[in-house]
Write a protein that binds this ligand. Structure first.
Ligand SMILES: Cc1cc2nc3c(=O)[nH]c(=O)nc-3n(C[C@H](O)[C@H](O)[C@H](O)COP(=O)(O)OP(=O)(O)OC[C@H]3O[C@@H](n4cnc5c(N)ncnc54)[C@H](O)[C@@H]3O)c2cc1C
Length: 439
């Protein structure tokens, strides 16, 4: 893998790398080693060093923010995994379902807090996200979902907007805009600026950050963990695994077969003209996704470009990537025919992380409380990874963490027949493509 950043719009517009990041040189001993320098690892390091006073070193294989954290859509959302709200109520009970929504709101608040407290200039945009019914019959489902949130869960931060209102209020137009669920607690940001801001904040709190420092071997040495990189070793009493969609299968036996990386792809257009934005009908910079199973997500960037993304693809061959770029450009033109031919100036992809039970998890590995992990955000990790970084820090520091939802009450389970994970993914994509097109 190329250790430099993906050639994204974000990498090009983020400004300079944070100062003070090192590459591991020689051998050192620490209280806690964190593997992975994205939102999870950096938020964990911030709390481990800053709140718990532990000597903490982050080891990042590539550049800080190289993973999904530096290349995502930048939507800070209350989403916790992929289990639908009615399913949560049915399977987990009302209290845990309510808590999962409250926790999502806390996660978005955690991002806001970081931005304010640590003065992170990351182009935060106005509040709100829209989930848009891309077919007429799905509008009724969104209305029902709004009712569930408000009346059953007691969360008043959502409202349903019908098609006429979407158009009238400058929210959205087009043949795939049949109504939308607006969630108040959400906003867009510049993901690379945000991750660099977290990195700088973690260093100010006393954490050491090492990039270009991949952990290539991990073994126990007495009661400690010895993490080996090509340029040095870290001996740690405790370890936090914060590698999400880039989790290596062979580094620690617990993680074998427990997560499934999937690819998400993004294009960014040239700045659109006022006339083009009128065609899209989006006079707001709130963030959007649609009701597809393989959903599309989009937002208007501060310089009037349109960012448009979607999940697809099992193999990232050059041909596969070219097809995905064309597919995103075509989807854009289907939603708003006036944008046909606009094309894209940027295209990149990255890995999101799925789990068997469709929940993120913060826990310790079986039989060893000295190794903790936080991962599997199922494509919604800007807020959740920030939040879970703090939680996993508390866990590894020996603090009480509430076990009130599957996030913390359960751990990652191994996929049955784990070697078939790419086949599961291909199968799921085929089924979802059919459902999205015809049902
Ligand atoms: C294209 C795309 C769009 C997305 N859009 C959104 C969005 O709009 N909103 C949202 O909420 N979420 C979104 N996500 C998901 C979100 O970006 C992730 O959930 C989140 O960034 C995960 O953060 P993380 O720190 O856990 O993992 P990552 O940021 O992926 O970091 C993991 C790091 O671990 C490092 N690593 C792996 N192995 C080793 C090793 N052996 N030694 C050292 N380091 C190692 C990797 O180099 C990597 O940098 C998107 C993801 C993608 C890919």
């Amino acid at each position: 893998m190329n250790p430099e950043h993906a050639p994204s719009y974000w990498a090009e517009t983020a400004g300079s790398e944070p100062t003070g990041v090192q590459t591991l040189a020689g051998d050192r001993r620490v209280d806690v080693a964190v593997i992975g320098g994205g939102y999870t690892g950096l938020a964990a390091a911030y709390r481990l060093a800053g709140t718990h006073g532990l000597d903490t070193t982050v080891l990042e294989a590539n550049r800080i923010g190289w993973g999904a954290s530096g290349r995502n859509g930048g939507f800070a959302l209350i989403t916790m995994g992929k289990v639908a709200l009615d399913e949560r109520i049915r399977r987990w009970g009302l209290d845990a379902a309510r808590r999962s929504i409250a926790l999502g709101v806390e996660a978005v608040e955690a991002v806001r807090d970081f931005i304010t407290r640590e003065h992170i200039a990351c182009d935060a945009q106005p509040d709100g996200s829209f989930l848009v019914a891309h077919r007429a019959h799905l509008a009724a489902q969104l209305q029902e979902r709004a009712r569930l949130y408000r009346e059953t869960i007691g969360y008043a931060g959502v409202e349903y907007l019908d098609r006429a209102r979407l158009e009238r209020d400058g929210v959205l137009r087009g043949s795939e805009a049949h109504g939308a669920l607006r969630t108040r607690d959400a906003f867009g940001l510049h993901p690379m600026k945000y991750v660099r801001g977290l990195a700088a904040a973690a260093m100010r709190r006393g954490a050491t950050l090492c990039e270009r420092s991949p952990v290539v071997r991990w073994r126990r040495q007495g009661g400690d963990h010895l993490l080996v990189t090509p340029t040095g070793t870290v001996r740690a009493r405790r370890v936090v695994m914060a590698t999400n969609g880039y989790t290596p299968e062979g580094l620690h036996p617990f993680f074998r077969g427990r997560v499934l990386p999937a690819t998400s792809n993004i294009i960014v257009t040239r700045p659109l003209t006022d006339a083009e934005w009128r065609e899209v009908g989006m006079l707001t910079t709130q963030v959007y996704s649609d009701t597809r199973h393989l959903l599309f997500y989009w937002r208007r960037l501060p310089d009037d470009r349109l960012l448009f993304g979607g999940r697809a693809g099992v193999l990232n061959t050059p041909r596969g990537l070219r097809m995905r770029r064309r597919r995103l450009e075509a989807a854009l033109a289907t939603k708003w025919p006036g944008l046909r031919g606009v094309g894209s100036e940027y295209f990149w992809h990255g890995r999101v992380c799925l789990s068997w039970d469709l929940n993120p998890h913060v826990s310790t590995v079986d039989g060893d409380p000295s190794v903790a992990y936080a991962m599997a955000y199922l494509g919604s990790g800007v807020a959740m990874a920030t939040y879970c970084g703090g939680l996993v820090a508390d866990l590894v520091a020996g603090k009480d963490v509430p076990r009130d939802t599957p996030l913390t009450a359960a751990g990652l389970t191994r996929y049955p027949l784990a070697a078939l994970r790419p086949t599961y993914l291909a199968g799921a994509y085929a089924v979802y493509t059919v459902k999205d097109r015809w049902l």
